[in-house]
Unconditional design. Structure first.
Length: 249
């Protein structure tokens, strides 16, 4: 074992130990200070949200919706605006409310989101990062609404939910001297004479809403389930009727 005086402490470069050289290494610790910038968007960005004008119109107001309520709505016929008007605008009001909730949550997410960077960004780089983040949140908000609508359509189509308004399936009572029985009839629409009609259980049907002048009780039984407008009907411009209020909307 070497004695203390036999170690080369490297103080004298002229002295070289032929057997072993142990050098004392001095380690210097360097302290690096990393500045991480994390700034909430609400501190430097503002939101400007524009909704469709219909969501701030009279069409979603309770007074308008209540005015379109008819206790015997299912008796006006599948072609008549009065049959589905109340349900359509009630759905529209619900969709607008749901959209506002999603927008409010998205605005909160944007405000609480942080711009995080290790470097000083240029104005262009900052804008690109902000636009990217907001774009993702906007797509997420749109996806929520679309997913909800797709769920409603899928549920109605898969289970073929029967509307209480008699717009996609009509139950009729057939009586005779010996018995009384019921029969289900599909609602259909004919584009032209001598063509195969469209049926609600097979495809989506949407046509112009009308106001019929014919009293429902006087309509021929064979025409009750036909969505084509009655003669001398008045077209309600901008509004539609369909197999369900959701489709008509």
């Amino acid at each position: 074992m070497l004695e203390e005086h036999e170690y080369d402490d490297d103080d004298n470069d002229a002295v070289q130990d032929p057997a072993i050289v142990l050098k004392r290494q001095k380690y210097k610790t360097r302290l690096y200070v990393v500045l991480l910038a994390a700034i909430p968007y609400r501190n430097f960005a503002s939101n400007n949200v524009t909704m469709h004008s219909v969501c701030s119109s009279i069409f979603i107001e309770p007074e308008w919706i209540k005015g379109l309520y008819f206790s015997n709505a299912s008796q006006y016929g599948v072609w008549d605006f009065r049959t589905t008007a109340h349900s359509q605008f009630k759905l529209l009001s619900s969709f607008c409310s749901f959209s506002k909730e999603i927008i409010s949550q998205t605005e909160s997410d944007i405000d609480n989101n942080e711009l995080v960077t290790l470097y000083l960004l240029s104005e262009e780089q900052t804008q690109m990062q902000i636009d990217g983040t907001i774009g993702l949140l906007k797509n997420s908000a749109s996806s929520q609404m679309i997913t909800y609508l797709d769920y409603l359509r899928h549920t109605i189509q898969t289970n073929y939910l029967v509307s209480a308004l008699n717009t996609n399936l009509i139950i009729t009572i057939i009586g005779s001297d010996e018995s009384i029985r019921t029969a289900a009839a599909q609602v259909f629409y004919s584009d032209a004479p001598n063509t195969n009609p469209k049926q609600c259980d097979r495809e989506k049907i949407v046509t112009d809403a009308t106001l019929s002048q014919v009293i429902y009780e006087l309509i021929e039984a064979g025409l009750v389930r036909k969505m084509n407008p009655m003669p001398n009907s008045t077209i309600v411009n901008g509004f539609f009727t369909g197999c369900t209020p959701l489709e008509a909307l």
